[in-house]
Design a binder for this molecule. Structure first.
Ligand SMILES: [Zn+2]
Length: 251
């Protein structure tokens, strides 16, 4: 008599993976809001860092223009003093022309500074608006964490337990079958196996419980006779007979 280990051991693993997939999805659903808020916080922080850096650059530009303006104003004062020492009218009017040119420069720099100050003001305003948004987001993150902390802890505990069980179940599966199962799992996460659905009184209609396509009587016979993997030709899932399900397991 054939001893069946392949499909029964895979079924234990499959049930655990099925649950793991579902509980991970539940956890992801509970965490969805928090992840969205966290992403928003990251985005806001990035904007804030950029704004602050731009603000520092503006401030430095303003300072350097102010220094320039100050030295030009000092120059104007010096030239005014030297007016008194001018020896000829020609020299006097030459200094006047220089003063007027320098005054013009100063007034240009003044308007440049004003422009940069306007930009700096807008920058500071934006930064402060972002800080307010960050405060709001941080509070709603805390609220969301508080509200869901118990549910998250329960789900995580359950998932850890399933992962521990999975370790044991995986060791019971023959290595070659494990590889095949893993490959199919990548295609159908948590859903790598399918039942062969049929009625003993009507063996004309046999279908795959995964894709609902038709199967053959041969699929049933070979599954009953050989301890090996048999896959649905349509979807590729590993087939099992309902009678192979562990009796004690509940859905
Ligand atoms: Zn199928």
């Amino acid at each position: 008599m054939t001893v069946f280990t392949t499909i029964p051991s895979l079924l234990v693993l499959y049930r655990i993976d099925h649950d793991l997939y579902e509980f991970n999805n539940r956890l992801a659903a509970v965490m969805k809001d928090q992840v969205a808020i966290e992403n928003n916080i990251t985005r806001l922080n990035t904007s804030l860092v950029e704004l602050e850096s731009a603000g520092r650059k503006l401030q430095a530009t303003i300072s350097s223009h102010e220094l320039d303006m100050k030295s030009r104003q000092e120059h104007i004062e010096k030239m005014r003093t030297s007016l008194n020492n001018a020896k000829t009218n020609k020299e006097y009017s030459a200094i006047l022309i220089q003063i007027s040119a320098e005054k013009e420069e100063v007034s240009k720099i003044e308007s440049i500074i004003l422009d940069f100050m306007g930009q700096l003001e807008a920058n500071l305003k934006s930064a402060s608006a972002i800080r307010e948004q960050l405060d709001v987001a941080q509070k709603s993150l805390e609220d969301s964490r508080r509200q869901s902390s118990q549910r998250v802890a329960e789900l995580q505990a359950h998932i850890h337990e399933l992962q521990r069980n999975r370790e044991r179940a995986l060791n019971a599966v023959p290595p070659e079958s494990r590889k095949q199962y893993d490959r199919i799992c990548q295609r159908y996460p948590g859903d790598a196996m399918a039942s062969v659905d049929f009625n003993e009184n009507d063996m004309e209609t046999i279908t795959c419980g995964g894709c609902f396509m038709g199967l053959n009587i041969e699929d049933v016979n070979l599954l009953r006779g050989r301890d090996e993997i048999r896959r649905c030709q349509s979807c590729g899932r590993i087939l099992y007979l309902p009678e192979m399900l562990p009796q004690q397991a509940s859905a």
